[in-house]
Design a protein around this ligand. Structure first.
Ligand SMILES: [Zn+2]
Length: 289
């Protein structure tokens, strides 16, 4: 939001600016996961499956509820754009905006990935993050943001030279979802949604509050681990921006593959855990009958 020099500030402008910030959704009021139980469960993991996602492509994977999955950096720094759906109902999907409002601009240990309205339940809980040391740096940047949307060929057209680029994350995710469902990408692309930017390092510029990216601090061996709260279909794109330190939506940046690993925990370690139910709100929205 640019300041308008033609508008005169009122006499009490500074007083108005000094009002204290109030956290919209205080963390203590949010139903949290049983992190002690999940910490015990993750010590019992057995790997059941894995996929390799080639650079500038996406891959899909399924995670049964009660299992864990990891997005793993291999070969070199690489950002991954993650989508999650209810495996039995594509209309229920990850809600980046509400997750940002409930937690923060960037997510980490203990944060949950929430589903869209009218479902609004945790789809996954973050149980380990080897980049948990990063925090917010001197530029105000952090990792794993829920700010960005995903690179896409439409915005590329809008801002670019009019040419098409077919390996943006949006297209990669559409092709991967289409392959999983046996449909052309164009018939499923409306299910592709705003992502969790795994490993991406982003923030807002201090002076103009513009969204910026910088080279990801991720290195091979790093991973972000989730507990699947419901049966999940996931897709992740190895962004054509590579470590997103320079550019995206082109074949210019150096890119690396990503790995997704699926793990099963000892069921005994999850004793007492129940998959969360959808929101109980009745959906009358105040209308009668
Ligand atoms: Zn991308």
């Amino acid at each position: 939001m640019a300041m308008d020099s033609q508008v005169i500030a009122p006499a009490d402008a500074e007083e108005r600016r000094r009002k204290p910030p109030v956290v919209v959704y205080p963390n203590g009021s949010l139903p949290g996961a049983d992190m002690a139980m999940l910490a015990r469960a993750r010590r019992t993991l057995t790997k059941r499956d894995e996929i390799i996602v080639p650079p500038r492509e996406a891959g899909s994977f399924r995670v049964p509820k009660g299992h864990f999955f990891r997005v793993v950096s291999i070969e070199g720094p690489q950002v991954g754009d993650l989508n999650l759906w209810n495996a039995d109902d594509l209309d229920e999907r990850f809600f980046s905006g509400k997750t940002r409002a409930l937690h923060a601009t960037h997510v980490g240990l203990g944060d949950r990935l929430w589903s869209n309205l009218p479902h609004l339940r945790p789809m996954a809980t973050i149980t380990h993050d080897t980049l948990g040391w990063y925090g917010f740096d001197q530029d105000g940047a952090g990792v794993h943001d829920v700010i960005g949307t995903r690179c896409d060929p439409y915005t590329h057209r809008l801002l670019g030279d009019g040419g098409d680029y077919h390996h943006c994350c949006h297209s990669n995710l559409a092709r991967a979802l289409g392959k999983a469902r046996g449909l052309p990408a164009r018939e499923v692309e409306h299910h592709v949604h705003d992502v969790l930017n795994v490993f991406m390092c982003t923030g807002f510029t201090r002076d103009t509050q513009q969204y910026f990216m910088k080279a990801s601090p991720v290195r091979p061996g790093d991973f972000l681990e989730f507990f699947a709260e419901i049966d999940l279909l996931g897709a992740i794109s190895a962004c054509p921006g590579g470590d997103c330190g320079q550019t995206h939506s082109s074949d210019v940046a150096v890119c690396h593959p990503l790995k997704v690993e699926i793990y099963e925990a000892d069921p005994a370690a999850l004793a007492g855990w129940h998959s969360p139910t959808r929101s109980p709100y009745g959906r009358s929205h105040g209308e009668q009958g």
